[in-house]
Design a protein around this ligand. Structure first.
Ligand SMILES: Nc1ncnc2c1ncn2[C@@H]1O[C@H](COP(=O)(O)OP(=O)(O)OP(=O)(O)O)[C@@H](O)[C@H]1O
Ligand SMILES: [Mg+2]
Length: 350
């Protein structure tokens, strides 16, 4: 089911939280709404499921305008961070609840509960109560309950936030598997870039109530349109260096580093920001960078190296473990002019 937000705005009293948002979620895709706390992710999701009334604009499911349709008539399945299971009901009763509300016949309900329990791998847990389940198991029950009505749309608001690291990893691929198997259109709200990158077909990055960029994870990573997007994706994060456009290149302030740069894009003398991802800084490259190895962290397959430049700036490098580099070594490594991002003072990519 395609979903369209058309000029969607939302205000709480005098405070406008979302202004004129246009967003299309394609039929069958899983889209991440990614952004920092308070940027309006949940507000957007609540408007799609009908919990919030919109202040302006329209919401379409397929060709149908659902802007004024009640939540229970929109046929959406929702899973929140707190799973909101009924504590006194068994797993089976929790999952069956939406069907009982619809007054389906008991054998029908039992068959559908069995089927959906199989899909999320909790057949063995149907007699238990929520308190007798692990966080990941509760999450599966919440998913089963959201899916049992065969919703047109699955909305997930930080569904993994309460799980420990290992379970989060497991449920990440589990939710994605379910989404692909059922072909359901899904929106995942998260502030975790890894979650968004690993689970979704496309990512919409939000900041302060606005969508900054929509792209596939790899597009977003390799071609960020703004400093904000570049800084939001990547772990360890991208480093930003101040520079000035001069004589057909960029001089990095306080260093001898010079990058070639077409001065036609920015006026000579203008200040810019140069973004360097840690995997594009190391022994290989075309732009020499001298400094001292000030930190080494072993991550098993790879090492993290911090190189402190003479002016005190630190550039991070991630590369395969090397035996020829030790703490406090003076090195001449390189940036790659074809892999750096240049932004103007306002943060827009040049
Ligand atoms: N019911 C409400 N009344 C007034 N302000 C609200 C209400 N709900 C949300 N807000 C405000 O709207 C803004 C966006 O909130 P929202 O919950 O959508 O953020 P979020 O992106 O989901 O953040 P988080 O990652 O912390 O969950 C915040 O400034 C919040 O304080
Ligand atoms: Mg939220």
């Amino acid at each position: 089911m395609r979903i369209l937000l058309d000029g969607f705005s939302k205000a709480f009293g005098a405070v406008t939280v979302i202004e004129n948002m246009n967003l299309e979620i394609r039929d069958g895709e899983m889209l991440a709404l990614l952004g920092p706390s308070g940027c309006g992710k949940s507000t957007t999701l609540f408007a799609i499921c009908g919990i919030h009334r919109v202040s302006a604009g329209r919401i379409l499911f397929g060709d149908k305008d659902v802007t004024r349709v009640a939540p229970q008539e929109r046929n959406v399945g929702v899973v929140f961070q707190s799973y909101a299971l009924y504590p006194h009901k068994t797993v089976e009763e929790n999952i069956a609840f939406p069907l009982q509300v619809k007054r389906l016949a008991a054998p029908d309900i039992r068959r559908q509960v069995q089927e959906i329990a199989g899909l999320v791998h909790i057949e063995q847990l149907l007699r238990r109560r929520p308190a007798e389940l692990s966080g990941g198991q509760q999450q599966r029950v919440a998913l089963a309950r959201a899916l049992i009505r065969r919703p047109d749309v699955l909305l997930l608001d930080e569904p993994l936030a309460n799980l420990d690291a290992k379970l989060r990893l497991e449920m990440r691929s589990e939710i994605r598997r379910l989404q692909l198997e059922t072909g359901i259109t899904a929106i995942l709200v998260t502030h975790d870039q890894v979650e968004a990158m690993s689970m979704c077909d496309r990512i919409a990055i939000m900041n302060a109530g606005k969508i900054i960029q929509i792209a596939t994870p790899s597009e977003m990573y390799s071609n960020p349109r703004t400093e904000f997007v570049a800084g939001f994706l990547g772990n360890p994060p991208i480093a930003f260096l101040d520079g000035v456009v001069r004589d057909g290149g960029i001089e990095i302030s306080g260093t001898e580093i010079r990058l070639p740069f077409a001065a036609t894009i920015a006026r000579p003398g203008s200040r810019v920001l140069v973004g360097v991802r840690p995997e594009t800084f190391g022994p290989q490259g075309d732009i020499p960078v001298k400094g001292r190895v000030s930190f080494v962290e072993t991550q098993g397959r790879e090492n993290l190296y911090d190189v402190t430049l003479p002016n005190g700036l630190v550039l991070r490098s991630i590369q395969p473990v090397r035996s020829d580099v030790a703490l406090n070594d003076e090195v001449e490594w390189h940036m790659r002019s074809d892999r750096v991002f240049v932004f103007d003072e306002g943060g827009a990519r040049l």
